[in-house]
Every structure is written in structure tokens, then in C-alpha cells.
Design a protein around this ligand. Structure first.
Ligand SMILES: [Zn+2]
Length: 43
């Protein structure tokens, strides 16, 4: 599963419980979803 640094947007792989971006040291990352586009109806 891939993660993404919220600060610099770098991709981070293989994560433990506490993650830190290896590039900027930011500690908040988000999960990147495998499926990108999802069709959603917004009527
Ligand atoms: Zn970063």
C-alpha cells in the first residue's frame, strides 16, 4: 500500500505504525487509493 506525504506529496512505501516522510520529515501521510476514479452521481 502506498502512502503520500501531506507536506511535500512524496510517495512513501512500506510503513510502520508511525511514519515520517523521508524527504521532508513531515509526519502526516495519507493512504493512496488503488482505484483512482470512482463514478459518483451527484444529483
Ligand atoms: Zn514529505
Amino acid at each position: 500500500m502506498a502512502y503520500k506525504c501531506l507536506h511535500c506529496g512524496a510517495e512513501i512505501k512500506s510503513i510502520d505504525k508511525f511514519v515520517r516522510c523521508p524527504y521532508c520529515g513531515y509526519r502526516i501521510v495519507v493512504k493512496e487509493r488503488p482505484q483512482i476514479a470512482k463514478e459518483v452521481k451527484t444529483d
